[in-house]
Write a protein that binds this ligand. Structure first.
Ligand SMILES: *[C@@H]1O[C@H](CO)[C@@H](O)[C@H](O)[C@H]1NC(C)=O
Ligand SMILES: *[C@@H]1O[C@H](CO)[C@@H](O)[C@H](O)[C@H]1NC(C)=O
Ligand SMILES: *[C@@H]1O[C@H](CO)[C@@H](O)[C@H](O)[C@H]1NC(C)=O
Ligand SMILES: *[C@@H]1O[C@H](CO)[C@@H](O)[C@H](O)[C@H]1NC(C)=O
Ligand SMILES: *[C@@H]1O[C@H](CO)[C@@H](O)[C@H](O)[C@H]1NC(C)=O
Length: 438
């Protein structure tokens, strides 16, 4: 057997060196939040936070955070706090729900509204890279696909949340990959329909077929190198995809784009001297914006550009290459299937040579979809032509179009409380008359 590259390889030492020089260049201007853990960020804003290690039945140790109540919580024995599980997107983690000040962070908005908040970090992400028998440097650790997140991580997180809260069923708020895995869960393990009272799906992922611009380009790559990918999957196993280097990513964003986001303020002196300088800065600003949003779509007017370094330092969180490959397979199949291993492995796992599809008709809980025409990743076509037709019509209780939002604005835009979460709170208030919801 060929040994894999040593610990981290290039993403180890050289990355740190690069990060260090970038940090020096940008004048050590790191935002304090960039160096905090997610639970430190939550308590820094004055919220209670609890941390749990959940062990899945296949031995992965997952980190789950809980915000048991909001800042101004009344201790009222005549009403209860409904449990709500938040599921993050691909290449992100639970930090995406608490990355803004409390009035625009989904996790804190919902805790203040009266929910008992649980935020899972799925396997492979930085805070969940542990296993009872393996380390993250073992190739075996990374041999998981989206199926395994669905089959092991979600049941463990749901059961633990219900145990801690005491309720019989909870609510799910999913964003991007979080929506995909929650659909897959209820399709594959229908007994969990009873444990989920409703799902609020932000930027819901279906078959990813209608992805635009950058995504289309990736699609063409996937199609043209399918043979290589199949060889990789069967003969080379799985690897870590992503990195944890807030200093590098945040530093790079600050160094390359940071001053440009405020170019009017930073460079106005030069603009007076030479108007053409302004044109150069405007073009560079456009380029930065375009690179950042090439996958997600144009940002809404309430996107906070000053926080881009912080957002980027929490992005590109690791997952397994097999999870990414399963997205590629979904694109090629034009439908959500189990991970397609080699025919022999499929036979062993599924009892048949071809990987079986997920049956979305099994979804039997209330579903609320939040979508936008500006979302280039999960476009309106995806929702109209795939998600809605694949579910039984009776489960889709409502759809909300959020004008102007791109794929990330659902959790990052500073007006997400008004545009998204007030609607969720209103729906739950009607379902649970005895809940303490503000
Ligand atoms: C961990 O290792 C022990 C001892 O070899 C074994 O019994 C157990 O099944 C392993 N657990 C998992 C989840 O692989
Ligand atoms: C509510 O009050 C009970 C009993 O007085 C106490 O045990 C519990 O910790 C309080 N909870 C909160 C959230 O303050
Ligand atoms: C406790 O909750 C009940 C039901 O929601 C409400 O009527 C009451 O005013 C609350 N009491 C306090 C002290 O907040
Ligand atoms: C935007 O980000 C800056 C820098 O982090 C912060 O000071 C400000 O409060 C944010 N604005 C809003 C509306 O959240
Ligand atoms: C999907 O599930 C529904 C009921 O949940 C069943 O009627 C249907 O036959 C299933 N479809 C397939 C292709 O298995």
């Amino acid at each position: 057997m060929v040994e894999g590259p040593k610990k981290g390889g290039i993403n180890g030492f050289r990355m740190q060196l690069l990060a260090l020089s970038l940090v020096l260049v940008t004048g050590l201007a790191q935002d304090v939040e960039e160096s905090m853990t997610t639970s430190e960020v939550i308590s820094n804003w004055g919220y209670p936070v609890e941390t749990y290690d959940i062990i899945t039945t296949d031995g992965y140790i997952l980190n789950m955070l809980r915000i048991p109540h909001g800042q101004a919580s009344t201790n009222n024995s005549s009403c209860h706090r409904p449990p709500l599980l938040m599921l993050h997107g691909l290449m992100g983690d639970a930090s995406e729900f608490v990355i803004n000040p409390p009035e625009s962070s989904p996790g804190m908005i919902l805790a203040d509204a009266g929910f008992d908040i649980f935020m899972l970090n799925v396997r492979g992400t930085y805070y969940s890279q542990r296993h009872v028998n393996l380390t993250k440097d073992d190739r075996e650790y990374w041999k998981f696909s989206t199926d395994d997140i669905v089959k092991y991580d979600l049941p463990a997180a749901i059961d633990k949340s219900l145990e801690l809260n005491g309720a019989k069923a909870l609510y799910i708020v999913g964003h991007s990959q979080g929506t995909l895995i929650s659909f897959m869960l209820l399709a594959d393990l229908p007994e969990y329909n009873r444990k989920v009272r409703a799902m609020f799906e932000l930027a819901p992922v279906g078959n990813i077929r209608y992805i635009r611009v950058f995504g289309r380009f990736l699609y063409r790559i996937v199609v043209s190198v399918k043979g290589i990918l199949d060889f990789y999957k069967v003969h080379l196993g799985a690897h870590e995809f992503g990195l944890h280097s807030p200093r590098l990513l945040g530093g790079a964003a600050r160094f390359v784009c940071g001053p440009l986001f405020n170019y009017e303020a930073s460079y106005s002196f030069f603009f007076v001297l030479a108007p053409s300088v302004k044109f150069v800065f405007m073009s560079m600003f456009q380029l930065c914006r375009d690179i950042i949003f090439i996958g997600a779509g144009p940002p809404s007017r309430t996107f906070n550009f000053s926080r881009v370094p912080l957002y980027l330092s929490n992005f590109f969180v690791s997952t397994s290459t097999w999870n990414i490959l399963q997205y590629g397979q979904t694109l090629l199949h034009n439908a959500v299937y189990h991970f397609d291993h080699s025919p022999t492995e499929n036979l062993r796992r599924y009892g048949q040579i071809a990987a079986p599809p997920y049956n979305y008709s099994n979804i039997d809980t209330d579903v609320y979809l939040f979508w936008s025409r500006n979302d280039w990743t999960t476009t309106p076509y995806e929702i109209e032509k795939w998600i809605i037709p694949h579910m039984r019509p009776v489960v889709i209780k409502n759809t909300f179009e959020i004008p102007e939002y791109n794929h990330l604005d659902f959790v990052l835009a500073t007006d997400c409380r008004e545009k998204v979460f007030s609607k969720i709170i209103a729906v739950v208030r009607e379902k649970e008359l005895d809940a303490c919801l503000l």
